[in-house]
Design a protein around this ligand. Structure first.
Ligand SMILES: [Zn+2]
Length: 566
């Protein structure tokens, strides 16, 4: 095992222990003196806080990213326009090399230009909902009858079972859907809420986060045949422990199911599909893609997500055999974008070690129900603010600080994975590029508007003393917790996958799970200004420290190559 700088013993407290302990503590002091000790310049912290609070531009960034340019679906005109705005703004802050970089072909360019949905019979009623991304166009308004044909998939990660259930569904529904609007799910019951829709992490929650998870072995899985364990806890262990590239294979396989349903609906001549919001009620509608974003896949029929109450009303009417008619229209255009995958990259060059890099990043893309405010306008606005603060204070930083704003995160971390593969190394073969030796660390922001409460070490024990020191000045702003745990589902994983230190912060959930995450209410109003200012100050300080730390950040043991067929 390699010895890493961050693993340096920290000074003990002589006198507090017995004789032996005192000696160990003294040895620790000596060792600590020999290797770099973490330091924080509290004068700089004060200046960063002042700039981040009194001169904050974070809500102005968010305004442009949401109210003006949102939503920012990957490959869409909205994304491109928002990206061009971000580049312009970064340049105004004096970050001259800010630019968009194409990471590859993404897929379809899709921008909604017209939409309506209403009940026509038995009584006119406007319906609350939105068409999911990459829905095909209708040719003007369409009036059709809905039919309840719920598809019941009992376990969407057991692919053998899923295939059987799909085939059974196709046989049962064959010949029944022509010219119809297909209600694809069973209606969900609405029950009065008894818990707060917005929460902050309590001391108990944070104490739990600080505890190491119960040790677990990697459960058996077969990535070639796509077989996962049946037991829920083993599956959780798989998604906690398996390399990102292995997990991605399973997620990709899951998407095939939607494509097959869409092909079936097209063959059968269904005019649209309607689904209920999979989360929340009371007019809040959650939803993502209608089907594939890939150019070579069939464009999905219009798929509309409705608030559960309106969906349930239609289902009840059908159940009681009352005739129902729905009018809807979906019109989108690919104009204004090429469907290419774009990342935004911007550097503040380092003074004495410009070839060594500290990175901050967030995904810039969103879904389409709202304007992508908390997912992930807030993370993008905060990271732009971090760059602004560092530049405005003209802080002397030895290493180069680089911003990466990614696209395609929502479809599988595409932008950051491509960037890492092109710049640092291949996570499958583990063939590394020279730049791999020069990236100190990557810090990510993508869990909504909630302020920072600590950080996930992603299993990197050696980073604990580093973060403890760096985050200490922010205790009174709520930053208290260091967790050894892995957190997943966002772009730091792309860096972690090739053995680079990549971190995501612990954040208060606020309304993320219950109201905003991938919903029509993911809009500017649900961002909390004070929380975003806090996050910008914390991250700017972390980045400043990383840029000036004598050594680069300690790393975990390098992962080996993966045996995966392409
Ligand atoms: Zn998301």
């Amino acid at each position: 095992m390699r010895t890493q700088n961050g693993g340096c013993p920290r000074p003990g407290v002589p006198g507090h222990y017995g004789n032996v302990m005192r000696k160990i503590a003294l040895l620790g002091l000596l060792a600590a003196a020999l290797c770099a000790e973490e330091k924080v310049d509290l004068g700089i912290v004060q200046r960063i806080k002042r700039e981040a609070f009194q001169n904050s531009k974070v809500m102005d960034h968010l305004f442009w990213l949401t109210d003006v340019y949102g939503p920012r679906l990957t490959g869409s005109p909205g994304f491109t326009a928002a990206a061009n705005w971000a580049v312009k703004r970064l340049k105004e802050y004096g970050i001259e090399d800010a630019a968009t970089h194409e990471w590859g072909k993404f897929g379809r360019s899709w921008r909604l230009v017209k939409f309506s949905v209403a009940l026509q019979e038995p009584e006119y009623a406007p319906l609350i909902g939105f068409p999911l991304a990459w829905s095909a166009n209708t040719n003007g308004p369409v009036v059709a009858e809905p039919v309840l044909a719920p598809l019941n998939i009992t376990d969407n990660l057991n692919f053998k079972k899923t295939d059987e259930e799909l085939q059974k569904y196709f046989q049962e529904q064959k010949g029944k859907l022509r010219g119809k609007i297909v209600l694809l799910s069973k209606p969900r019951d609405v029950t009065p809420g008894t818990t707060a829709p917005s929460t902050r992490l309590s001391d108990t929650d944070l104490a739990k986060d600080a505890e190491a998870p119960v040790p677990q072995a990697m459960p058996p899985f077969d990535v070639e045949k796509f077989i996962l364990p049946e037991k829920q806890e083993e599956r959780r262990a798989f998604f906690e422990l398996a390399p990102l590239e292995v997990q991605t294979r399973f997620w990709n396989r899951m998407e095939k199911m939607t494509d097959e349903v869409n092909k079936f609906l097209a063959q059968e001549g269904a005019v649209a599909a309607i689904v209920p919001s999979y989360n929340a009620a009371a007019g809040t509608v959650f939803g993502e893609a209608a089907g594939s974003f890939k150019q070579n896949e069939l464009a999905a029929a219009p798929r509309i997500a409705l608030t559960v109450e309106h969906y349930a009303r239609i289902a009840r009417l059908l159940d009681k055999k009352v005739p129902v008619k729905i009018e809807f229209e979906v019109r989108s255009t690919p104009e204004g974008a090429t469907g290419d995958g774009l990342n935004i990259i911007a550097d503040i060059p380092g003074s004495t070690k410009p070839d060594e890099i500290v990175m901050v990043g967030a995904h810039f893309d969103s879904w389409v129900g709202g304007t992508g405010a908390t997912d992930n306008g807030t993370g993008s606005a905060v990271m732009m603010e971090v760059m602004r603060i560092l530049k405005a204070l003209n802080l002397k930083m030895a290493r180069t600080v680089r911003l990466g704003l990614w696209s395609g995160e929502e479809q599988g971390l595409f932008g950051s994975r491509a960037y890492v593969k092109n710049t640092f190394g291949d996570p499958v073969s583990m063939q590394l590029k020279p730049a791999h030796a020069k990236l100190s660390g990557y810090f990510n922001d993508d869990n909504g508007t909630g302020k920072i409460r600590g950080v996930y070490l992603q299993g990197n024990d050696a980073m604990r003393p580093v973060f403890e020191t760096w985050l200490a000045p922010f205790r009174d702003l709520g930053v208290t917790t260091i967790s050894i745990r892995n957190t997943s589902g966002t772009d730091h994983q792309s860096f972690d996958a090739v053995g680079l230190p990549g971190f995501q912060f612990i954040q208060d959930p606020v309304e993320y799970g219950r109201i905003t995450h991938h919903s029509n209410m993911d809009v500017y109003d649900h961002a909390v200004p004070g929380d975003l200012m806090q996050a910008a100050a914390v991250i700017a300080s972390v980045v400043y420290n990383a840029a000036n730390r004598p050594e680069m950040l300690p790393r975990k043991e390098l992962p080996g190559p993966l045996k995966l067929k392409n």
